[in-house]
Design a protein around this ligand. Structure first.
Ligand code: ZN
Length: 237
């Protein structure tokens, strides 16, 4: 059983009619219902109860999914450090859409993670760059989203270890939309689609990709601690 925790700031869906109509119970609840199954269990946390993201809770999380947008600064620094440390130990992490500017993602990347954006309801074509990658399985050459927020280059992240998706938009912009990273023992996937006023997380291909990413990011090895351990005797004695 892969234990997933979804963090969603849960702000737009309670303040904005459009977002509320698409995600009446919040993006986290839509994702939970879509991902839960025989081998995936899902818990959720919102900004209201973010203090529940303790070290113990993270140690029992195999993959953390993060959605945030305008409340990044309300996430306590301690929580961001806890997430970073949990990833270094081996927890998987999936950062969705505007989580590119979340504190834990920026800590893990070490760069500003800026991008260009435009919101005109353009269509998006999400192209598979690597059909052999586990996260692209079951996906055709591309996924068309009728409306998405435009994110475009330059995206100031480190070069990904593997680029699985690249997107083009109606206006001609392109964006590295699906980026894989490894930081010490933990796997990280950044995935661009998911603006709160479009029904992106109701799209079966998008859910398939996120589910594939959960399986890919699930830990293979987890370290108990990150500090160096003193060894008293040389090997062989
Ligand atoms: Zn957005």
């Amino acid at each position: 059983m892969i234990r997933v925790t979804i963090y969603n700031e849960f702000y737009h869906e309670r303040k904005d009619n459009l977002a509320h109509d698409i995600y009446p119970e919040g993006i986290h609840t839509t994702l939970k219902k879509a991902l839960e199954g025989q081998d995936i269990s899902v818990d959720t946390v919102t900004l209201d109860d973010i203090d529940e993201l303790t070290c113990e809770r993270l140690a029992k999380t195999d993959v953390l999914i993060w959605w945030g947008h305008c409340k990044h600064n309300d996430v306590p620094d301690e929580v961001a450090v806890r997430v970073q440390q949990a990833v270094l130990k081996g927890m998987g992490a999936i950062f969705l859409h505007s989580a590119h500017h979340s504190k834990p993602f920026k800590l893990l990347m070490g760069t500003p993670c800026n991008l260009c954006w435009r919101e005109n309801g353009d269509y998006e074509l999400l192209w598979v760059c690597d059909p052999s990658h586990p996260i692209a399985q079951g996906i055709d050459r591309f996924v068309k989203l009728d409306h998405e927020e435009v994110y475009s280059e330059p995206f100031t992240v480190p070069d990904p270890d593997k680029l699985v998706f690249i997107s083009s938009f109606q206006g001609g912009e392109v964006f590295r939309a699906g980026c894989c990273y490894q930081r010490q023992n933990g796997k990280i996937f950044y995935f661009q689609p998911g603006h709160e006023t479009y029904p992106t997380y109701h799209n079966k291909d998008i859910i398939r990709i996120i589910k594939n990413a959960v399986y890919w990011a699930a830990p293979i090895f987890r370290a108990d601690k990150l500090e160096a351990v003193e060894v008293k005797k040389p090997l062989g004695e």
